[in-house]
Design a protein around this ligand. Structure first.
Ligand code: NDP
Length: 488
């Protein structure tokens, strides 16, 4: 079993305590890597290194030079993408094909934000007061704590690191305890790319032991978090104590809305990809299929026919379409929701059981019909391969059911009407709407949640603003002395 080391101040280090914990391969449920178990002392060292780097070489570097380092880093990831994808697939059980796709795409975040680094500009404001010159500067915040989950470990880190670094901040990154290996392997590439020591630091371990001291550290200016909404709320409360900047990306209960004028093949395909890709373990999972009553029965038959063909198996094999659930608690949680749905009276039309013949943490792709919008299975995030099909009557009904959620991350709309394709997205209370497609993301387009799905935006030009603060500078150019007792 390989033992990995953290990255603090440019050095590869063990935890101060010397302790490690095991990372499990979800396909076998057996340990395959040893990860340092950091604590508050390690966090203090990492934040001190990040703070020193922020005040030192990184701050003095031109934005163009900073951007060039990000782009070099992108090229290094691209060269190592195959190895990193295999590590991610082994560590989190997602399909190798999916992780390869992500790893091949991740460099674009560093190219794009590397390009934006020297386009961060202030403004000259034609101020209303004579004899004064006023302008703004966009400045970095300082040390950013990046806290990432296990489902797309490097992709979701790239969404934070690329804009934060382009804006001139430094980083302390805590990956999920379930998927830290790729982060610790990626650590090699930061120095190679030319990042000064301490600009990026990686500390591994458990949420309570590493995440909390990191969030509450007085020298951490911002927390960029992706994970569950319960943890997100706690993170937000801790960050509030220090009046810190936050971005939170917290998952959802996204509706994939199929109207009776949809291209049926495309819609069936889109609903399957929305919930069974990545074993349903994505924040954007289309876990509620809202289907117009007039086509409901036909649609469900076609949906079942396609979903039945999904091949479970070893995520490293090219023919596998649905892999294991990533963690044991998650596996138990998915099975518990299946039993809750059955208890609530939903009709289980596909799956509904553990698939132990495939491996210890497999759950069959599961489809429930007869789901009422107020059932728990229709309201709570399962984060697994479980779809709830809910019928609706007309457009108003569809919008009402879709918006009747504490979440607001994403939605899909399937229609061939151009009017509806423009009208319905306007009415949905979500951060992303896909029309006649699903699960598309890009480094160029802002991503984030409405309501309890989060705060702030990742990717696109909006993202860089999350990592900047505005300074207003006033210069007297009149050369006169003003009345000291009256506001100027
Ligand atoms: P968490 O939200 O608990 O984990 C996300 C990250 O937060 C991990 O790095 C985790 O560390 C860290 N963390 C946990 N507790 C704290 C804390 N007290 N202070 C600071 N950081 C903390 O996700 P889980 O793995 O527990 O999954 C639970 C549920 O969250 C899932 O069932 C799913 O519904 C949702 N989820 C949503 C994701 C999304 O993409 N929006 C991604 C993952 C999960 P550690 O790993 O050590 O606990």
């Amino acid at each position: 079993m390989n033992k990995y080391q953290m990255l603090i101040g440019g050095a590869r280090v063990d935890a101060a305590s010397g302790e490690c914990f095991e990372s499990l391969n979800p396909f076998t449920a057996k340990p395959w890597a040893l990860i340092p178990r950091a604590g508050a002392e390690d966090v203090n060292r990492a934040v001190a290194a990040a703070r020193a780097a922020f005040q030192g070489e990184w701050r003095k570097m031109t934005a163009t030079a900073r951007g060039a380092i990000l782009r070099r880093f992108a090229d290094l990831i691209a060269a190592d993408a195959a190895r990193l994808a295999e590590i991610e697939s082994t560590d989190n059980g997602k399909l190798l094909a999916e992780m390869r796709g992500q790893l091949n795409y991740i460099p674009q975040w560093f190219h794009y934000f590397g390009g934006l680094a020297d386009k961060i500009e202030g403004r000259v404001i034609p101020i209303d007061k004579p004899g004064v010159f006023n302008y703004t500067r966009q400045e970095p915040l300082g040390v950013v704590a990046a806290i990432t989950p296990w489902n797309s470990p490097l992709l979701l880190a790239a969404w934070k690191l690329a804009p934060a670094l382009a804006a001139g901040n430094t980083i302390v990154w805590k990956p999920s305890e379930h998927s830290s290996v790729s982060a610790l392997v990626l650590a090699e590439l930061f120095e190679k790319a030319g990042f000064p020591p301490g600009v990026v630091n990686i500390v591994t371990g458990f949420g309570g032991e590493v995440g909390e001291p990191l969030i509450t550290h007085p020298d951490v200016a911002m927390v960029a978090f992706t994970g569950g909404d319960g943890t997100g709320q706690h993170v937000y409360e801790l960050a509030a104590r220090g009046i810190k900047h936050v971005t939170l990306e917290l998952g959802g209960k996204s509706a994939n809305i199929v109207f009776d004028d949809a291209d049926m093949d495309a819609a069936v395909n889109g609903v399957v990809s929305g919930i069974f890709a990545a074993t349903g373990q994505t924040c954007i999972a289309g876990s509620r299929a809202l289907v117009q009553r007039s086509i409901h029965d036909v649609f469900v038959e076609r949906l079942l026919a396609l979903a039945k063909t999904a091949k479970m198996g070893n995520p490293l094999e090219a023919t596998t379409q649905v892999g294991p659930v990533t963690t044991h608690p998650q596996y138990q949680k998915v099975l518990e929701y299946i039993s809750i749905a059955k208890g609530e009276g939903a009709a289980c039309r596909l799956g509904g059981r553990a698939a132990t013949e495939q491996g210890p943490w497999f759950v069959e792709p599961t489809i429930f019909t007869g789901v009422a919008p107020d059932m728990r299975i229709a309201r709570e995030e399962v984060f697994g391969p479980v779809l709830s099909v809910i019928p609706f009557d007309d457009e108003d009904d569809a919008v009402r059911i879709a918006n009747n959620s504490i979440y607001g991350l994403a939605a899909g709309v399937w229609t061939q009407s151009i009017q509806r394709a423009i009208r319905v997205p306007e009415r949905l209370e979500v951060g992303t709407v896909w029309v006649n497609t699903y699960r598309a993301v890009s480094y160029m387009s802002p991503f984030g949640g409405y309501k309890r799905s989060g705060i702030g935006r990742e990717s696109g030009q909006d993202a860089i603003g999350e990592y900047l603060q505005t300074k207003s500078v006033w210069i007297d150019v009149s050369g006169t002395t003003r009345n000291p007792f009256v506001m100027g």
